[in-house]
Design a protein around this ligand. Structure first.
Ligand SMILES: Cc1ncc(C[n+]2csc(CCOP(=O)(O)OP(=O)(O)O)c2C)c(N)n1
Ligand SMILES: [Mg+2]
Length: 695
């Protein structure tokens, strides 16, 4: 227990350590109390851990929280966010903006902490990457942080392999992730731990807050496995610290992690939630509600803290952080800057790659040799066109890489060119990532790669986007340019049946704010979809691609596929424009709409085909453009898409028709399914004639 500020005896380092730890604790307690909401217990318990990592171990420069070779800190138990707000504040971490410019003012001010969980405060309820500088990833959905940390660790290994040269350790950082029982109970945590063990990621350290408490009470209710044995099985190095207040033992364990080679480290830390609270320690009551005024006093008394002081940062605490992480981080960054300067002289091209990546710039010539597909009635599958594009992009962009959750041969995502290689413990240069059948961990991991400024993609069948959805959502919330490649977009894998046929998936992805969903209708639209997606810096994209061949449209007859960049475009029109009916289609149904259009035209009807590749991109076009594609005066509209009809009303209006799915699919050959569910060109044409009253 500490004695408080302004005492006459000189402060020893040990006293300053304790004072700093108790400052983190009391700031957390006071913030939760003031907000009347939040989670005080875990910050009270883990303050020594977070103090040890930040002030004694981490190489992180508060003056430049985006310095590329910094150690990463992930708070996977995001409900304990006050830990992060406290250290970001006490270390004086500076803010940066979305253009990666340093702004000079603090990332988290004391005033932000006073306004914890209030609108506009930089101390929100959970760590938010896009909102607060110094947050390495958004956490809150338990398990996401640890899974994302695995992607960060993959990224560091890949970066070190590509850019380090003898005498030039440009990348040699570590990743620390703090997690609780929840993160280890969640499946995504297990998927990620298994993958990290397989890959031998020795730059990764998870610290498990083993407090035996979750919301419902003791872990004896639902979590009695032997975590150490489980992680041993995964191939991790397991360390145990029996007392969360023992700074030296914590530091020793972190030192052992740093010396461990060939496997990730799990430090099991036995702690007491609500440490120091006479009535709430070791109970779930300390987890997620304010302690109450009386208990706050008792706690502060037990810490030797002035009972009435609030949001107190005693003299010497900020200076103690400045002398610790501040000095260590500044020196490390300065050394690195010198190193990079001489590296630039010797390896100018590699240095400029490192710099371009940090700004999320693409290298010159990134889109050279993108394929152009000749008209072909038989055509090519979306997934095959995608595979060709991915192989070009990966050769043009050194830091473009990715993989599948065991479906690469089906997703056509394998990078097959000479030297692409597979990323493994024994080959850190590989650009093919093998996530195994772990869609959720894959999606979180590629977010981790994006956060590390690489340009990653992850692939699976569209139906299993459900298994990745929480991490897809977070990519959008974090404003990361992560790329999700989903093939087998609808009923194209017919015989596999309704378990494999997406229905509601397009609607559900379109409902995620910020995510761009694209469903290209032929091979050239696939190319243009990638061209658009690659230029995004702050938005994730989901590419939804067909399994079966789609005719490659003759672009001399139809409008060029560059229209994809506007989301939707007029592919075919009635002579001179002014259509009476508009057929709108995406993906595999585009060819149907074109056929229906030709049929209507032959029958003397004035129809238009709009290729609707992406709602999100179209919706952000100027109203004049949108009205030129879908003139408000033309109310006879038919949309056709092999997916839930949900939401299409916005484009067809109340007078229009949607040919889509209202039920699950069925197991049958594609042709039979198309017939059963109405995806045939004459049915599309019939709907149009019907709307025009011309049966
Ligand atoms: C995926 C997910 N499910 C449920 C929750 C709600 N939740 C927040 S904290 C918590 C209990 C977490 O227990 P533990 O990880 O042991 O944290 P501690 O209370 O020990 O800090 C739950 C269920 C969540 N945030 N994320
Ligand atoms: Mg717990």
């Amino acid at each position: 227990m500490s004695t408080i500020a302004n005492v006459s005896e000189p402060m020893t380092d040990a006293k300053l350590d304790q004072l700093s730890i108790d400052t983190i604790r009391t700031l957390s307690i006071d913030a939760v109390q003031r907000a009347k909401s939040g989670h005080p217990g875990t910050p009270m318990a883990l303050a020594p851990l977070v103090y040890a990592i930040w002030n004694r171990v981490m190489r992180f420069d508060p003056d430049d929280p985006i310095w590329p070779n910094r150690d990463r800190f992930v708070l996977s138990n995001g409900h304990a966010s006050m830990l992060l707000w406290s250290v970001l504040h006490l270390t004086g971490t500076k803010a940066v903006n979305a253009d990666y410019e340093r702004l000079g003012h603090p990332s988290v001010s004391l005033d932000d902490i006073r306004r914890f969980r209030q609108i506009e405060s930089k101390a929100p309820g959970h760590p938010e990457y896009h909102w607060v500088s110094g947050v390495e990833t958004t956490t809150g959905p338990l398990g996401q942080g640890v899974a994302t940390s695995v992607g960060m660790a993959i990224a560091e290994k890949w970066l070190a392999d590509r850019y380090n040269r003898p005498g030039f350790a440009i990348f040699d950082y570590d990743i620390y992730a703090v997690c609780g029982d929840g993160c280890l109970m969640e499946g995504v945590g297990s998927e990620a731990a298994s993958l990290a063990g397989h890959l031998g990621l020795d730059n990764l350290c998870w610290i498990y807050d083993n407090n035996h408490i979750t919301i419902e009470g003791s872990t004896s209710l639902a979590f009695t496995e032997d975590v150490a044995t489980r992680f041993l099985g995964y191939g991790w190095n397991i360390l145990r610290v029996g007392d969360a207040n023992d700074l030296d033992r914590i530091q020793q364990a972190l030192d052992v992690f740093r010396k461990t080679e060939g496997r990730p480290t799990l430090i099991i830390l036995d702690s007491h939630i609500g440490y120091g609270s006479p009535n709430k320690q070791d109970t779930s009551a300390a987890h997620g509600e304010p302690l109450g005024d009386d208990e706050v006093r008792l706690v502060k008394r037990s810490y030797g803290w002035p009972e009435d002081a609030q949001f107190l940062v005693p003299d010497g605490v900020r200076e103690h952080f400045a002398a610790g992480i501040g000095a260590r981080g500044a020196a490390a960054r300065a050394r690195w800057a010198d190193l990079l300067a001489s590296y630039r002289a010797t390896y100018p091209e590699l240095a400029s790659e490192v710099e371009a990546m940090q700004r999320r710039d693409l290298p010159a010539g990134w889109d050279r040799n993108l394929p152009v597909f000749a008209a072909d009635a038989k055509g090519i599958a979306g997934r095959d066109a995608s595979g060709k594009v991915l192989n070009v992009l990966a050769q043009n962009i050194p830091w473009f890489l990715g993989g599948s959750a065991d479906l690469a041969p089906s997703n056509k995502t394998t990078l097959t060119y000479e030297g692409a290689g597979s990323f493994q413990a024994g080959n850190r240069a590989g650009k093919n990532l093998h996530f195994g059948i772990r869609e959720h961990a894959m999606a979180a991991a590629i977010n981790g790669l994006s956060l590390s400024k690489l340009r990653p993609f992850g692939a699976t069948f569209f139906i299993f986007s459900d298994y990745a959805r929480p991490a897809i959502r977070l990519s959008a919330l974090m404003e990361l340019p992560t790329i999700f490649v989903f093939t087998h977009d609808a009923m194209g894998d017919g015989e596999d049946g309704p378990t494999h046929q997406p229905v509601e998936h397009l609607a559900s992805l379109r409902a995620i704010p910020g995510l761009i969903t694209l469903r290209p209708g032929d091979a050239n639209e696939v190319v243009e979809a990638y061209r658009y997606v690659m230029q995004l810096r702050h938005q994730p994209a989901a590419l939804v691609l067909s399994r079966q061949p789609l005719p490659t449209l003759d672009r001399r007859t139809y409008a060029p596929a560059t229209g994809v960049a506007r989301g939707a475009y007029i592919l075919a029109d009635s002579p001179g424009g002014s259509p009476d009916v508009i057929l709108i289609a995406s993906g595999s149904e585009l060819a149907l709409a074109v056929q229906a259009h030709e049929e209507l035209r032959a029958g003397g009807m004035r129809s238009r085909v709009v290729s609707m590749v992406s709602w999100e991109i179209f919706d952000r076009q100027a109203p004049e453009y949108r009205d030129s594609v879908l003139p408000p005066s033309v109310t006879a509209r038919v949309a056709v898409e092999q997916a839930s009809t949900f939401g299409w009303e916005r484009y067809v209006g109340s007078a229009g028709r949607v040919i889509g799915m209202k039920t699950f699919g069925a197991s049958a050959p594609l042709k039979a399914l198309q017939e059963k569910f109405g995806f045939e060109h004459d049915r599309v044409a019939a709907a149009a004639r019907d709307l025009l009253g011309k049966r």
